[in-house]
Design a protein around this ligand. Structure first.
Ligand code: GLU
Length: 293
């Protein structure tokens, strides 16, 4: 089945395309500024284009006013991007199609476990430190699957990661350093360490992993610049790209901006927003200098 492609920004087919893909669930902080500035710098170095993509599949936490604020903050930093901007909330049909491609390969199965049940049964953790799904529903009888789906039990759809790996064989991805144009390195993907990840939920035919892979391909992204904290997720992205027949971009994983206590900046930890720094008199140059850019 063919995937839907976004009628997007036209760029010459051979030209590098990068993206900054924030979630509008709060204000941007210096960590986002670093990632964005680095992405635009890399695009300039490669003679390519940097796109903005809004990752707003979580309709409870994402708010349109944060999308507007993201655009204001990026413009204040002196960045510009082609329009229309892709909003993931408008792309559900494309994600549902991608899910169906996996379903047809028998690699997506319904899981009815609650968080508490998974936590109680898990014996390992995934690279993010969350309980590793122990595979409870992987071999549920078809009849029971149908009965529980028809009954309307809360459900998530998980990738049969081991089955997927058996299909694709060993996978690698290409990583480049901060100059982006420097010598590439090949890394082995280890998707098995994530177990059977959730790709779809009841009412939401996608998850972070699925949307990112579908949209990077739809936007013909050639280079993904993202923080080191997202490096491990690339294992799953490369697996999904292969299963869906999509090209893999080249990856650069940048350093993380830490607070005085050595913790990664985060909205949830009250890290100062770019807007509050701006209100306090910071200029875009102050931001660049503080980030060493
Ligand atoms: N939307 C993700 C975030 O805000 C980043 C997506 C990515 O770079 O793949 O953390």
């Amino acid at each position: 089945m063919a995937l839907c492609y976004y009628p997007a920004v036209s760029t010459p087919s051979s030209s590098p395309v990068l993206r900054f893909a924030p979630s509008p669930n709060g204000r941007l902080h210096l960590g986002h500024a670093y990632s964005a500035l680095l992405t635009w710098q890399a695009a300039a170095r490669l003679g390519g284009t940097a796109l903005l993509r809004i990752e707003d599949i979580d309709t409870e936490r994402c708010k349109p006013e944060f999308t507007t604020a993201i655009e204001t903050d990026l413009a204040w930093l002196g960045l510009s991007w082609p329009t229309p901007v892709m909003l993931q909330s408008e792309r559900m049909d494309a994600y549902a199609d991608a899910g169906n491609v996996l379903r047809e390969q028998n690699l997506l199965y319904p899981c009815f476990c609650s968080r508490a049940e998974i936590a109680a049964l898990a014996t390992e953790t995934d690279p993010d430190g969350a309980p590793l799904y122990p595979g409870t529903c992987r071999h549920l009888h078809r009849g029971e699957q149908i009965e529980r789906l028809e009954r309307g039990d809360p459900v998530q759809f998980r990738l049969d990661t081991q089955g997927a790996i058996e299909r694709t064989g060993m996978l690698t991805f290409t990583v480049v350093g901060p100059l982006v144009t420097d010598r590439p390195q090949i890394r082995h993907a280890r998707p098995q360490r994530w177990g059977d990840v959730v790709l779809q939920r009841k009412g939401t035919p996608t998850s972070y992993h699925l949307s990112v892979v579908v949209d990077d391909a739809a936007q013909a992204i050639t280079h993904v610049t993202r923080g080191r904290d997202m490096e491990a997720a690339t294992d799953i992205h490369v697996l999904l790209q292969t299963l869906l027949g999509l090209a893999s971009p080249i990856y650069h994983f940048h350093r993380l901006i830490l607070d005085d206590a050595g913790r990664k900046l985060a909205k949830s930890k009250g890290s100062p927003s770019l807007a509050s720094l701006r209100d306090g008199g910071w200029t875009p140059d102050d931001v660049r200098q503080s980030l060493g850019l």
